[in-house]
Structure formats: structure tokens, C-alpha cells
Design a protein around this ligand. Structure first.
Ligand code: BEZ
Length: 393
């Protein structure tokens, strides 16, 4: 590769957010390349598993509004790729309604939905047991089902974005890591094992690897990388259906005591389900410490919960995987999204989209990154997510 290779935009990281950024930018006429250190479609970062949660509700009204704004962009992506990606079978949040978690709080989320006229149905423990087959729930548990939530088909999303990016002319470079960024007045030079190239703008959508490129520039995002368990189980009655569920409980001394699960997914003929704990414990110092094998204690914690409270599911694990959660240390912000202006010289030419449980926002994050690269600004209200700018008053 010679120094003359030049793109308007280089995206570092070919996961869903990187590909969505590339697709949106290429549709606006930019010459775009994506550099992915592994293979496209790999499940080594945050995107492992067949499905991810789609939900409208957030405790924070601005994030609730953003999920609403992500919806038409999902519809546009479904139309462009010719495949349904969002499957609405409901999103059920229940448990201790006032327990404060990094995912939010049930009671405050219901108030936000009232304020924004997002429909939901309030349910008692008895309602949840009767309607969805849960059992032995503590009597004080309550919660809501939001009928428009459900799951996103992860693999169809990534495959669709790859196809669309390719047909929009995006150069897709697998197995090529970006090892160094050198911003200068006009853009950014990037070093890969094949040499140097230039870009007017760079999007860093490389999840847990972002600080490797930022640290030599004197910047660092305050994020934690957790390797969380994802367990596959079989459903005893293959026809039983219930919403995506997330149980909010008081933390134990050992962990955050939060569990979630999907019903058999709607786009496959299957009786298997996936469940997981959301334990923000034992952060990794480096993403390469991820082993792909979950902590056995975390697997038994979630399986014990299922065994006691979801009898339609056989709690003996069929498979055990992990997913990497890259979470901002400050849970108020949920994501990192914005330009690196003020973080280092030339940071205004670097856009960062990393961290957070972001799958539900994939097309929106991609559109915002493209807007920031092409227009230098976006109309989406993403102030909460913007990067810390030491020069901003
Ligand atoms: C979420 O909806 O953000 C979420 C769902 C399951 C696990 C973690 C986060």
C-alpha cells in the first residue's frame, strides 16, 4: 500500500456500528474504507449471539427519544436489505421497581414512558406468572411489558450491512488492523501492517480496542470491558412464547444480580433460548484477556435463576459463550459518540462511536457518525453521549 491511498473516510472496526457508518457515509457520496482486524461478521467483540434486545424504553427521556428516532432508520435498513431485522414480541422489565441499576430503574422508566406517551402495560408478579409462565416470583415484584420491544436479528443485520456497504462502493478490508493514527491539519494518516493511508476523517468504531489508538495521542476513554456469560438452554415446550425479559433485583455481595433472556427467536424454527447475567464485575485490563469461556459461577447463577423462576426452560446448559460488554465507567452517559475535538490536536477529524449496549441504536449510530464526518454536525440530540471535551466550557 502506498501513501497515495486516500479515502474521504476510514472506519476502524467492521462491526455493526462501523458498517452502518460506512454505509450511511458512502450513500452520501463519500469514498469510504473499513479496516477490520479480524474477519467481517466475527463475534469476538460485543456482537456475539443470534439476537440482541430491541427496546423503546429508557429511564432517561433523551435516550427514549433516540430509540424512537432509531426506529425509522431500522425500517430503512430493512427495506434496503430486503429483510426483517426487528422482531417485536414485547420487552418485559420486572423485579424490584426501585432498584437503581446501570440499565436504569423500572419505576422511573414507567414515568418516562408516561411522559413520552410510549404504551406499556403494568403487571404484578401474579400477572407475570400467569401470563408468561414465570414461577415463584417474590410477591413484591412488579414491572411492565412494552409491546413494541423484542429482539434484533444480529446476523441478518451484519450480513445486510456488509452487502449494502459493498454495493455502495465501500472498500472492505478484513484482517487488517489499524495500528496508529496521526492526525494532521488536513485529516488523519493511518498505519496498518500494509503501510500508510490517508483519510479526511476517521471513525473509531473498534469497541474495546479504542484506547489502543487514543493513548499514543494522549487521550483515553474511561470505559470498562466485561466478559459476560451467554448461555443456551432448551425450552421444554417449544411453542411457549413470552417477551424478552430482564429482571431487576437488589445486588448481592458478589454481583449485580441482574438477569435477562430471550424467547426462542422469531426468525428460526428453534426451541433453544439464550439467557445471561449482567454482572459488571472483574473488568478486563485488555480485551485480549477474553477467553470465550464464561465464569462457571456466572453460568450457574443465571441457570439457577431460570430453574427456579422459568420452569418452561430446562436450565441445563447446552452451550456457554461470552459477549464483551464495553461500558462507559460513568453509567449516566451509556455510550461514547462524538468527535474527539479537544481530546488531542486534530481530534475534530476523528469521530468515535464505542461503548454501551448499542445494538438497538446501530443504524442511528451509523447515521450520526456519517453526519459528523460529512457535515461536521448532526441533528440528532446526542449531547449526553458526546465525548468529554476539556476545551468546552
Ligand atoms: C439492553 O437492553 O440494553 C440490554 C439487554 C440485555 C443485556 C444488557 C443490556
Amino acid at each position: 500500500m502506498s501513501e497515495v491511498e486516500h479515502y474521504d473516510i476510514v472506519v476502524v472496526g467492521g462491526g455493526p456500528v462501523g458498517l452502518a457508518s460506512a454505509w450511511h457515509a458512502a450513500r452520501r457520496g463519500a469514498r469510504v474504507a473499513v479496516f477490520e482486524q479480524f474477519a467481517f461478521g466475527n463475534e469476538q467483540c460485543g456482537t456475539s449471539g443470534a439476537e440482541r434486545h430491541w427496546r423503546l424504553q429508557y429511564t432517561e427521556p433523551d435516550l427514549c427519544q433516540l430509540t424512537g428516532e432509531a426506529l425509522p432508520l431500522w425500517r430503512e435498513l430493512e427495506r434496503a436489505g430486503g429483510q426483517q431485522l426487528l422482531h417485536a414480541f414485547g420487552s418485559l422489565w420486572f423485579g424490584d421497581v426501585d432498584v437503581a441499576t446501570n440499565e436504569g430503574k423500572i419505576s422511573a422508566t414507567a414515568r418516562t414512558m408516561d411522559q413520552l406517551s410510549i404504551p406499556y402495560e403494568w403487571l404484578t408478579a401474579a400477572d407475570i406468572e400467569r401470563r408468561y409462565g414465570f414461577a415463584d416470583l417474590p410477591r413484591h415484584f412488579e414491572g411492565f411489558v412494552q409491546p413494541d420491544g423484542g429482539a434484533v436479528d444480529v446476523r441478518a443485520t451484519v450480513d445486510g450491512l456488509l452487502r449494502l456497504s459493498e454495493s455502495a462502493g465501500v472498500v472492505l478490508r478484513a484482517g487488517e488492523s489499524v495500528q496508529e493514527l496521526v492526525p494532521d491539519g488536513e485529516g488523519v494518516r493511518l498505519r496498518t501492517p500494509r503501510g500508510w493511508c490517508r483519510a479526511g476523517k476517521v471513525v473509531l468504531a473498534n469497541g474495546p480496542y479504542v484506547n489502543r489508538l487514543l493513548e499514543p495521542l494522549g487521550a483515553r476513554l474511561d470505559l470498562n470491558v466485561f466478559e459476560m456469560a451467554l448461555v443456551t438452554l432448551r425450552q421444554r415446550d417449544p411453542r411457549a412464547r413470552y417477551p424478552f425479559w430482564f429482571v431487576f433485583q437488589e445486588p448481592t455481595e458478589e454481583d449485580t444480580n441482574l438477569f435477562y433472556g430471550f424467547p426462542p427467536n422469531a426468525w428460526q424454527d428453534t426451541d433453544v433460548v439464550r439467557v445471561g447475567p449482567v454482572f459488571e464485575v472483574n473488568p478486563l485490563d485488555d480485551p485480549e484477556q477474553a477467553t470465550g469461556s464464561p465464569d462457571p459461577r456466572h453460568v450457574s447463577r443465571v441457570c439457577d435463576w431460570v430453574d427456579r423462576h422459568l420452569p418452561v426452560v430446562d436450565a441445563r446448559p447446552l452451550a456457554r459463550e461470552t459477549c464483551l460488554a464495553v461500558l462507559p465507567a460513568d453509567p449516566e452517559r451509556q455510550f461514547f459518540l462524538g468527535t474527539a475535538k479537544g481530546l488531542f490536536d486534530g481530534g475534530d477529524n476523528v469521530v468515535i462511536a464505542t461503548g454501551g449496549w448499542g445494538f438497538k441504536f446501530v443504524p442511528l449510530l451509523g447515521k450520526v457518525c456519517a453526519d459528523l464526518c460529512v457535515d461536521g454536525a448532526t441533528d440528532y440530540r446526542v449531547e449526553r453521549l458526546m465525548l468529554p471535551d476539556p476545551t468546552r466550557p
